[in-house]
Design a binder for this molecule. Structure first.
Ligand code: V47
Ligand code: SF4
Length: 377
């Protein structure tokens, strides 16, 4: 481990700012920090201070263990009825000839192309296509489970689910039950963006709101399903908006305990309606990971999505609270390369990922979606 308790205690004792010292003491005493504390950390916490505290919490929770997962992605369509300003990926339904839409057979062929490969999860996420209904996806889920029953299906954001449930005229509870029975095992973290309505109305006003997003995850948790949560940061949001976002998640997690992982997503500005906004610096990125680790005390895991962040910066996050790197993605996903991510071809094999983690003296652990350990390297 790179941080000892004594080092962190000494650092907290030596910090000049009384608020930062008070917050640091809370963290050392395992006390929850407040909303205002979270904002102060963003406003006044140095990178070194936030990093040391976040690393202290990370090592207390997980030691040096750094998890990864062997998964692949299916993106059923990039045609979307919504028009999020940050999205570089979707084609409006009016221009659907510029997009793609896969049939059930085509998606099953993708699943079959992984036959015999040691993947444990498929992540299904895409645009919201009006013709891809709840019954279409139920058929897809059943077909995947019939072919490979043990493959964990993590799929569909509340944006997609809310649309398909409303179109099918079923309640969230009924719709989620149907999807779960057909084979949906857990929910990914997408569609959350920034929950606060001041931001949502500027960047993604026509899709499911914060209450709707949180309700769908709550219903999934009540069915015994687990899920993730993301936050799209580094555009027009304030520090208070970020903390508000994490606070809503922390409250739901207190109620249900159903979240596994929080994934900050750095806004990338290529080819979208927010291209005029400069991207966040690496220093700001690391602060976001660190504050997330400190604020979300009831989230077991903080994940860095390396295709978006780049391999080197993903490595750096392992000193700023992160204990999970997603993933061994063998498929070439399109959503991030289209938004200008560091990785134009976001694939890494297990050996490369393991050595990336070992280079920074952490212990690589392959996990399944629910963090059961499969292999320790
Ligand atoms: O909700 C879209 C984001 C998300 C951009 O749960 C962008 O394991 C940055 O949620 N710049 C979907 N981000 C992807 C997602 C995800 C990814 C990896 C793992 C998991 C998980 C979930 O992608 C969207 C949106 O926030 N996104 N455009 C952009 N220009
Ligand atoms: Fe559609 Fe998702 Fe893109 Fe928004 S982020 S336009 S919901 S594909």
């Amino acid at each position: 481990m790179t941080t000892t308790i004594n080092d962190t205690e000494a650092l907290v004792a030596s910090v000049k700012d009384a608020d930062l010292q008070r917050i640091g003491t809370k963290i050392l005493n395992d006390e929850r920090i407040s909303f205002d504390d979270g904002v102060i950390l963003f406003e006044r916490g140095s990178l070194a201070y936030l990093g040391a505290l976040a690393n202290y919490v990370r090592e207390k929770k997980h030691g040096d263990k750094t998890y990864f997962n062997r998964n692949f992605h299916i993106e059923p369509t990039n045609v979307c009825v919504f028009s999020c300003k940050f999205c570089s990926y979707s084609r409006l339904y009016a221009h659907k000839e510029e997009g793609w839409e896969l049939s059930i057979d085509q998606m099953l062929d993708i699943v079959k192309s992984y036959d015999g490969k040691p993947v444990t999860e498929v992540h299904i996420v895409g645009g919201v296509h009006p013709k891809m209904t709840l019954s279409f996806f139920i058929d897809l889920l059943k077909a995947i489970k019939a072919h490979r029953p043990e493959l964990h299906i993590k799929g569909f954001t509340p944006v997609e689910l809310d649309y398909m449930f409303r179109k099918a005229k079923v309640s969230t509870e009924e719709g989620m039950q149907l999807a779960h029975e057909a084979g949906l095992d857990s929910l990914p973290g997408g569609g959350a963006e920034i929950f606060h309505p001041e931001v949502r109305k500027e960047i993604c006003e026509d899709k499911v709101d914060a209450e709707g997003w949180l309700h769908i995850h709550k219903v999934a948790h009540n069915l015994g399903m687990h899920s993730n949560a993301t936050m799209l940061y580094g555009h027009i949001e304030s520090f208070a908006h970020r903390i508000d976002h994490m606070d809503r998640l922390r409250k739901l997690q207190d109620e249900t305990g159903g979240f596994n992982t929080f994934i900050p997503l750095k806004f990338r500005n290529k080819d979208n309606d927010m291209s005029h906004i400069p991207e966040s610096t690496t220093i700001e990125d690391m602060k976001v990971y660190a504050v997330a680790r400190l604020y979300l005390d009831n989230f077991p895991h903080i994940k860095a999505y390396w295709p978006m962040l780049g391999r080197k910066n993903a490595q750096l996050t392992l000193s700023f609270g992160v204990n999970d790197i997603d993933g061994t993605i063998d498929d070439t996903t399109k959503i991030y390369s289209m938004a200008g991510s560091e990785e134009q071809s976001p694939t890494m094999n297990t050996e490369q990922l393991v050595s990336l983690i070992k280079q920074v003296k952490r212990q690589p652990v392959e996990r399944d979606t629910l963090y059961n350990e499969i292999n320790v390297f």
